[in-house]
Write a protein that binds this ligand. Structure first.
Ligand SMILES: [Zn+2]
Length: 301
């Protein structure tokens, strides 16, 4: 049954158009859930706005600098620092203009099966990204050698050529269980993540919840030591010949031993600097963190 709930003058929450994703009747969205969604769409826009401003005008402030280092692996000594920042800001600009043009959020049943895949545990997705996301970038990364220099302008061209599905067709789908269970701030962060898929063709290179960038100390800290501390790692996630000795390790899911990542896709090799600037979760967590720190960043109060 089709239904639409207006959240703001530009944004509405609707039932999914796909029968397989049917979230049920409108009454499944309680007053409390509506209220949370209203807050979430406003917060999501604020997050993107704060992030864009911070990356554009305040990128040398410690809070901004640390955030970009943490989520984009971007150090101050990076010769491309300014260019990467402008590329990041550009993604937020696309998100903001997309949001301001108005959009729909499609609620889906959390137990739905879509294209043969169970969506249990899936918070949200954008159909075009699910099917086509990163295809062009994948080709690009496969062609590039690890130590080689990548042409940034070409990179940009590829990044925006990622999906053959028009942005207006790639709607943000959000699980009804997320709408029901999560606080507005977490929903907002997810909306930023999905918005970068929708309007800036980002990819899911790695998720914050399962991956951590660990700065290796110079006193002989080894990967083996990290594994003992409860991390696991995949060889493919470990950058080779990286000056800053940043190592990417994956959290162990249970207590039963290191989780191996035997076939981490070559096209998502996160050692490539370029992989980070196309990573949706980097934008989502950067926006959330800068939004939380905006009083410090903008010297309010
Ligand atoms: Zn994603």
């Amino acid at each position: 049954m089709a239904w639409t709930i207006r959240l703001t003058s530009k944004v509405s929450l609707c039932a999914s158009e796909t029968e397989a994703l049917d979230p049920g009747p409108e009454t499944c969205v309680t007053g409390e859930m509506r209220e949370k969604m209203k807050q979430a769409v406003v917060i999501a826009r604020s997050m993107a706005l704060v992030a864009r401003q911070a990356v554009t005008r305040h990128r040398d402030l410690p809070e901004v600098f640390e955030t970009l280092n943490k989520y984009f692996n971007l150090g101050s000594d990076d010769p491309n620092h300014a260019r990467v920042c402008s590329r990041i800001a550009d993604v937020y600009t696309r998100v903001l203009s997309g949001m301001d043009g108005g959009y729909r959020i499609r609620a889906f049943a959390s137990e739905a099966v879509y294209l043969g895949k169970s969506l249990t545990g899936t918070r949200a997705f954008v159909p075009g990204q699910l099917a086509k996301g990163g295809e062009a970038l994948g080709r690009f990364f496969q062609a590039a050698d690890d130590g080689g220099h990548l042409d940034w302008d070409r990179m940009q061209e590829f990044a925006y050529a990622g999906s053959s599905v028009a942005p207006e067709k790639r709607e943000i789908h959000l699980s009804l269980s997320v709408i029901r269970d999560d606080p507005p701030e977490d929903i907002a962060r997810t909306l930023v993540h999905e918005s970068t898929h929708k309007w800036a063709n980002t990819d899911d290179v790695c998720y914050k919840h399962s991956t951590v960038a660990k700065q290796m100390s110079s006193d002989g800290e080894t990967l083996q030591a990290l594994v003992r501390q409860g991390f696991s790692y995949g060889a493919a996630l470990e950058p080779k010949e990286h000056k800053a000795r940043v190592t990417f390790v994956k959290y162990r899911k249970d207590g039963k031993g290191p989780m191996s990542i035997p076939a981490y896709p070559k096209n998502k090799f996160v050692a490539s600097k370029e992989a980070w600037i196309n990573n949706a979760d980097s934008y989502a967590w950067t926006a959330r963190r800068l939004w939380k720190k905006c009083e410090t960043i903008f010297r309010i109060g």
